[in-house]
Write a protein of this length. Structure first.
Ligand SMILES: Nc1ncnc2c1ncn2[C@@H]1O[C@H](COP(=O)(O)OP(=O)(O)OP(=O)(O)O)[C@@H](O)[C@H]1O
Length: 265
């Protein structure tokens, strides 16, 4: 691709044989006079790991928050499985099968893993006003998520403040899995993690893909996206300036795209 092409807003759908899970069509988002997203068009295919990368202020969080139901676009539309959707709140996105794991993880440090995974949606037993939390089911379902689905042998009664950074990320991912989502949005999933913890999180993200989830990663980390993504979208000043297969770019090219919106500076 030449540099002129890279400066235009690009609509590059991936392989037409895959089915499109999420379509972002000409989405703009303004905050007063600030244009955070300036006509972004993008398809995310079912079961792919799509990484969104860009510099500070490029619009990554804004797009993520639109897909998560935190913000509504000023213009343009979002479709899920080819149906237009209007999310008025994060609960709407959740009901539609999109779960977001935010960078701050929002874990309750002094609670154990099952309490964190099922906080706000505990399985219950009993009838009517006499319904109480079903702790046996809560533990069983947490075990199924953490031990079986995520393949991590952590003692479930551990308070999460004592877990490693990677394990804390896994618990937050586990909480998203408790809602049985189709799409998982991961906000900076390895920021501030050690190499071992990063590897653990990468393994986990690959497992989620192998289970059939569609994954959107929002990241600053070029290493993360080159290692994990099926496709990488680069946002620059609110525009999607490129969508590429990781095998078609190196660190320098991606860096140039991030800082200048062009493949060659
Ligand atoms: N709620 C808001 N109110 C006003 N301006 C906002 C709001 N959210 C984002 N912006 C602005 O929109 C632009 C895009 O911000 P956004 O947070 O989406 O970028 P980003 O790529 O996620 O950056 P970072 O990597 O620093 O988080 C920035 O200029 C930002 O200041």
């Amino acid at each position: 691709m030449d540099t002129n092409e890279a400066t235009e807003t690009i609509d590059r759908s991936s392989d037409a044989s895959g089915s499109t899970k999420i379509s972002v069509e000409n989405v703009r988002k303004r905050f007063g006079r600030i244009v955070a997203l300036d006509g972004v068009t993008l398809d995310i295919q079912e079961n792919e790991i799509f990484a969104l990368i860009g510099d500070n202020g490029a619009g990554k969080s804004t797009l993520m928050n639109i897909l998560s139901g935190v913000y509504e676009p000023t213009d343009g539309s979002i479709s899920l499985d080819s149906e237009k959707v209007n999310f008025d709140s994060p609960s709407d996105a959740r009901r539609a099968g999109i779960e977001t794991v935010y960078q701050d993880l929002a874990l309750m440090n002094d609670l154990d893993i099952p309490s964190n995974v099922f906080m706000g949606q505990f399985p219950t037993k009993g009838i009517g006003a006499l319904r109480i939390i079903d702790w046996d089911e809560t533990r069983e379902r947490t075990e199924a998520i953490i031990h079986d689905q995520l393949d991590r042998d952590i003692a479930l009664n551990t308070e999460v403040e004592f877990l490693s950074g990677g394990e804390r990320q896994l618990v937050a991912i586990g909480r998203s899995l408790a809602f049985d989502p189709d799409v998982i949005v991961l906000d900076e999933p390895t920021s501030a993690l050690s190499i071992d913890a990063t590897n653990l999180v990468h393994q986990t993200i690959r497992r989620l893909k192998n289970e059939g989830h569609t994954i959107l990663i929002v990241s600053h980390s070029i290493e993360d996206v080159l290692d994990l993504a099926d496709r990488i979208g680069i946002l620059f000043k609110g525009q999607l300036v490129d969508v590429t297969d990781p095998s078609e770019v190196d660190i320098e090219t991606l860096t140039n795209l991030i800082v200048s919106g062009k493949r060659v500076r």
